[in-house]
Structure formats: C-alpha cells, structure tokens
Design a protein around this ligand. Structure first.
Ligand SMILES: Cc1ncc(COP(=O)(O)O)c(C=O)c1O
Length: 392
C-alpha cells in the first residue's frame, strides 16, 4: 500500500493549499459585507474545482466556517460537491441544459435560470414532480453572456405567474469590469440591477464577485459571491493584495549541468548562455499548466536566490539558470519555489501575459496536493478583522 507520504516523496512537484488561508479570506470578505451593519451573507464560488484548489475539500472547510451557499458552473461539479455537502444550497451557474431536470432534482441542485426557456422547463419540472422547486434567476445587466436579456426580464416583471411553482431563492447579476473601479459600466450595471430587483421585491439578491465587493456597500446586496479572492487572487489589481496567499508550489530539481559560454538550452535553442553557466532542470512543464508564454520571462526561487527560467517550456521540463546559487544548495531531489510567498499567481500571470484565474485553474493535475491549515492552532480572530497580505 502506498501512503500519502510515498506519493509526496515520488512527486515531481508538490502544491500546498492552505485551507486556513481560504477560510480567513472568506471571513474577511464576509466581514467586509457586514461592515455597514446590514445582514449581508457571503457565498463561495467553487467552480473549476475551486479554482484548482479542490472543491470537495474547500467546500466542507468553508461550510465549517459558516458558509451556507455555494456556486459551481457545471451540473457534475454540483453532483461531486453534493456528496460532501449533503444539506446546503448548491447553485449551478451554467444553468439548466435540456433534459437535465431529473439530475438537478435527484441531487438537490438549484439551476441558475438564464432565459425564459429554462424557466419554462424548470416550471414544467416542478409540475411533474408536484412540488415547489428552488430557482435562481440571472439577469444580464451588461455582460451579454448568460442571463435574462432586457426583453425576457421585462416579461418576468410583467408576468409574475411565470414563476408559479418555483421558489425564487436568489436573483443575481454579474459585473463586467469590477476590477476597474473607475469604469462607468459598474454604475450602469448597478442601476439596471436595482431597477430589476425593485420590480421583483421579496427575493434575495446577489451582485458582487470578489472585486465587486471592494466597490463598496452599494454593490453588496444580500449575498456576496466571491471566487478568486478566496483563493488569494488579488481583487484590487495595481494595489497591494488584501487577501492571504493560498497556494505554494515546490518543484523538484531532476538534474544539474555545467555548460560553456554561448551554448543554447532547450528546444529551438531559445536561450543562449553569455558566460559559463550552471543549469538545473526541474519537474514542471506546460502539461502542468506552466504556460509556454513564460519563455525567458519568469523565475523561480531557491535558497534566497531569484533564479531565471531560461529557454522554452517543455511538456514536462523547465530549465533554470542556477549559476549564482551555491552548488550544495542546488542538487537533484531538492526543490525550488515556483509559486508561493516570493512569486504569487498574480505575479506569474503577469509574466505569462494572462490573469491569475487562468494560472490557478490550470494548476497541474500531476502535482501532489498537500493541504495545510496555517491557522489551525491560531487564536480566533477578533470580529471584523480583515485578512492582510503580509502572511502568505
Ligand atoms: C456568475 C459568477 N459569479 C461569481 C463569480 C466569481 O467571480 P470572482 O472569481 O471574480 O470572484 C464568477 C466567476 O467568474 C461568475 O461567473
């Protein structure tokens, strides 16, 4: 029998995920919602396997923390989550695919209805099952992606009977550019959402994703809906990150070698040494979500040294220039930090010309995942204390 320790010993890379930091981030966001004294609640978005952190592990941890409502994108994500969260509402953002009504009912999942067709199908299901079914209605206030468009929304306002047989658990909308506080589209969407919810009084409302929470209390409504910030992604691009870091990636050195000056390294000879150099090859590649766009543009950390990534990213291998690292600190089997306190997912995203959401959701399935809880032994926080970015 192989133990988790064996798996960690054999792993090319170990991704540690700090559940305590995720819980602290959730508490900080919830408290931000409550700062004005209104009873704003905070859900958790666990789609894409909780942004790579493991939905079936993060979900119960947040439920233990007091989180009472969860969002996923796909039905199957909801079914997997239902197995570990038997009681709490799970909303499926991608909505009701034709013919999936029995799956929703069997697993007690709530569809986010995105247009009248879905509403009609869900109502028909409620009639067939002869009981009220929960529904979320998504209003498109400007994203033009999913949700009731203006015409469908007006039909709903004019004909409330269309909801008969359903229990409206939530009305939601999603912001286009919440990470840009000065973008006028935020206010425009807010005003459209307000107009709709005023015309449909009674149902709880949810508007703000992670960055939206930081747009202020006007954007909070009844339920906050953060994903990214829970996992340590900076909701305030260009400013210091108010969230705690969640992931760290330690990657093993497979081999080191000396090369002369003017030698190339890797496919296509995309990097050439300017001096006699020492190269370490580490167990990481684009098959692990380490993007090819990082070519010659990022670094890893080793024993206090910033170590440049050199040459093309291969499927399973990355080469780094360890010329300035003492040899005894850079030996096969030792590890380098590819993500963590020195290089966050936001930093890596900038180097790879993408965003931290893509970095997180691409985190490799081959990584050995180790769950830690850095706050397990800590004294309880005082109420209202927001997380700080200092402890990563
Ligand atoms: C409808 C909806 N709500 C909430 C979220 C969470 O957003 P964020 O990860 O920016 O907090 C998402 C994510 O894309 C979403 O699609």
């Amino acid at each position: 029998m192989s133990s988790p320790d064996d798996a960690a010993r054999r792993a090319g890379a170990i991704l540690s995920i700090d559940l305590g930091a995720i819980a602290a981030n959730w508490r900080g966001l919830r408290d931000a919602g409550r700062a004005t004294g209104r009873p704003v609640d905070c859900a958790a978005v666990l789609k894409a396997d909780a942004y790579g952190c493991g939905a079936t592990i993060v979900g119960p941890r947040l439920a233990a923390e007091g989180c009472r409502q969860f969002f996923v994108a796909h039905i199957d994500e909801g079914i997997a989550l239902r197995a570990v969260l038997p009681e709490l509402p799970i909303y499926v953002l991608n909505g009701l695919l034709p013919g999936t009504e029995p799956d929703f009912v069997e697993h007690g999942l709530t569809p986010v209805l995105n247009h009248l067709g879905q509403l009609n199908a869900w109502r028909a299901a409620a009639q067939r099952y002869n009981r009220p079914l929960d529904a979320v209605v998504h209003i498109d206030t400007g994203m033009h992606r999913l949700g009731f468009g203006a015409e469908d929304a007006q039909v709903l306002i004019n004909e409330r009977g269309r909801l008969r047989g359903l229990r409206l658990a939530l009305i939601i909308s999603h912001l286009v550019a919440s990470e840009e506080p000065a973008n006028p589209v935020n206010g425009e969407q807010l005003s459209r959402f307000r107009t709709f919810v005023r015309a449909m009084p009674g149902a709880p409302t949810s508007f703000a994703n992670s960055s939206g929470i930081f747009l202020g209390p006007d954007y909070h409504f009844d339920l906050l809906r953060p994903g990214a910030a829970l996992y340590g992604i900076n909701p305030l691009p260009g400013q210091s990150n108010p969230m705690l870091g969640v992931v760290a990636l330690q990657v093993r050195i497979l081999q080191t070698r000396r090369i002369d000056a003017f030698q190339t390294v890797g496919y296509g000879g995309a990097w050439r040494s300017a001096r006699p150099s020492r190269v370490a090859t580490i167990a990481l590649g684009y098959a692990d979500g380490y993007f090819r766009s990082l070519i010659n543009r990022t670094h890893v950390h080793l024993a206090g040294h910033t170590v440049p990534v050199i040459g093309r990213i291969s499927m399973d291998l990355v080469t780094v220039d360890v010329s300035d690292v003492p040899e005894e600190l850079c030996q096969p089997g030792m590890t380098v930090e590819a993500l963590g306190p020195h290089l966050t997912p936001d930093d890596l995203a900038e180097h790879g010309r993408t965003n931290a959401y893509e970095v997180m959701t691409a985190l490799g399935r081959r990584y050995h995942r180790a769950y830690i809880d850095s706050f397990a032994d800590a004294a309880p926080e005082s109420p209202g204390q927001a997380p700080t970015g200092d402890a990563a």
